[in-house]
Design a protein around this ligand. Sequence first.
Ligand SMILES: [Zn+2]
Ligand SMILES: [Zn+2]
Length: 291
Amino acid sequence: MYNANPFQQPGQWYRGNTHSHSTESDGQLPMSERFGAYREAGYDFLVLTDHRKVNDVSAYSTSDFLAISGSEVHPSNPYGGATYHFVAINIHETLNCAKMHPNAVLDEIKAQGGEAVLCHPYWSGHTITDYLPLRGYFAIEVYNDTCMGIGKGFSEQAWDDLLDRGGPVLGIASDDAHGTEHDCFHGWIMVKAEDLTIESIMEALRTGAFYATLGPEIEDMALEDNEVTVKCSPAQSIVFKAECSRGRRILPEEGELLTEATYSIPNGAKYVRVEVTDATGKKAWSNPFFF
Ligand SMILES: [Zn+2]
Ligand SMILES: [Zn+2]
């Protein structure tokens, strides 16, 4: 299922944010202004994910911008940790999950044609204990911008724990926009899709045809002769991560930057993913190649 290589398949790149709020829940902008701000900032799509409700967003799509409906839902957690935050992308009916098991909520999201993201693990204090019993989500937020308000926006370890001990899962960077500046336009995904329709974007998400970024561009990734090669915008480091102690950080010569690196896949590795860090410290994350 997660077998796409977006860098070597046809289509267009579309920039999108999968997590945002309006005055319909605890966001500071009405829906029209939230969508307008992202459209004007050069985004191709935005998913509106107000807490515990689904809004009709059909009025906000234009010929070159896609408004996607969704919700952030909060099933209780029978496994000891805090209440879950799942972003449901492309659902159309409000999901009242107060008394539902989290896996029933994940089933319902899929039944509506949607896909679920596990949100901001670090901010939630969630660990593998909270996530291993769950089934049917497709991605985890490796970065959530509004959570940087308490310095807990990065959830790389939670992603790797799930990759190592759970199963394949994809990585998303999102804004979780509530305000108008501090948590807007900082974390997004670049999606390779046939066209800017809900069907094509959902297909690209489901197959992993995207990468997550705070700014750096991943330009190409190839899997050949048991090696992963990546090309990217100028970087101060390129890191290849596989399970547990496997991986490698590639650094440039003193005073220079990297735009390419290659890594030999360790014997028996389950996956390899790539992190690119630019000269200002901003990161991009590829989805893993799964073996
Ligand atoms: Zn949340
Ligand atoms: Zn949120």
